[in-house]
Design a protein around this ligand. Structure first.
Ligand code: 5GP
Length: 263
């Protein structure tokens, strides 16, 4: 599929114009960044894995009635998506306290929250995505009105319920994650869609037994084996096969070679 002009380049993805009006092609890069771009690296194969994992999760969410921007995956690194106006708010859903929550409030790392906690940050790299209140979101019209904000909160909780179950079934704790939403016109109706991606880049995922981190904290905290952790998530979700490694994810499983000695 031919890509159009580049619309936007972010830290981990590039958005190109799609083949039809209202569509875009989302390209997953191997670039990893943390701490608002201070730490940067290339993690070979990360884009391929995030493309597959995000496709899997968004397709499942579509099936439970959460509308998303994903139309279909095109290839190893690209998805055809609906072009949306992304709201400048990141929705952070937390089940277990860690990361910025523990730093900000001094809550012990690993504290299980009595119910999911939703936090909002203003999407602005220059300001470092600051935490904001509902009142800021409404005052500055980042989201139209209270009804819309409540609706999105509700989507966040449903997505959390679904993903917690999905990950728990494969021995992974869904600790926290970030969601982004956008708006587009579908058949004359302004519609809210889940946008961006859901992957180990945007979630914290801990092994149920060992609490081993299977997410971007391996990069943030220099824990090593980043790709192995992302592969482990993909394997457990049944996206790639038991014995696959990244080169097979990228290029397909090599065909068995039949070696027969000539007599
Ligand atoms: P924290 O606020 O503790 O740093 O992050 C909470 C959760 O949201 C983590 O799962 C983290 O990966 C995700 N998150 C928050 N902001 C961002 C962001 O700007 N980019 C990405 N990839 N994930 C984010």
């Amino acid at each position: 599929m031919n890509k159009g002009k580049k619309i936007y380049e972010g830290k981990a993805k590039i958005l190109y114009e799609g083949p039809e009006k209202g569509t875009a092609i989302q390209h997953f890069k191997d670039d990893a960044t943390a701490f608002n771009n201070i730490k940067k690296a290339t993690v070979e194969g990360k884009g391929v894995l995030n493309n597959r994992i995000s496709e899997h999760i968004l397709n499942n969410l579509n099936q439970i009635g959460i509308r998303t921007h994903l139309i279909k995956r095109l290839n190893m690194r690209e998805q055809l998506v609906r072009l949306v106006n992304v709201m400048p708010v990141e929705f952070i859903v937390r089940n277990i306290a860690t990361g910025s929550l523990t730093k900000r409030l001094g809550i012990p790392d690993g504290t299980i929250l009595s119910k999911p906690l939703i936090e909002y940050s203003y999407k602005n790299d220059e300001l470092g995505d600051p935490l904001v209140a509902r009142e800021h979101i409404l005052e500055f019209n980042w989201i139209k009105n209270e009804k819309e904000l409540d609706l999105i909160n509700n989507y966040c909780l449903r997505i959390n319920d679904f993903m917690q179950g999905m990950f728990r079934g494969v021995g992974i704790k869904l600790v926290d994650f970030k969601l982004e939403f956008g708006k587009t016109n579908i058949d004359g109706t302004e519609t809210i869609l889940l946008a961006d991606e859901i992957s180990p880049d945007t979630c914290r995922l801990w092994d149920v037994v060992s609490e081993k981190k299977l997410d971007k904290d391996r990069f943030r905290k220099d824990l090593g084996n980043i790709i192995q952790a992302y592969q482990e998530v993909a394997r457990r979700l049944g996206i790639i096969h038991e014995e696959s490694n990244i080169s097979e994810v990228k290029f397909g499983k090599p065909k068995a070679v039949n070696i027969t000695k000539k007599k």
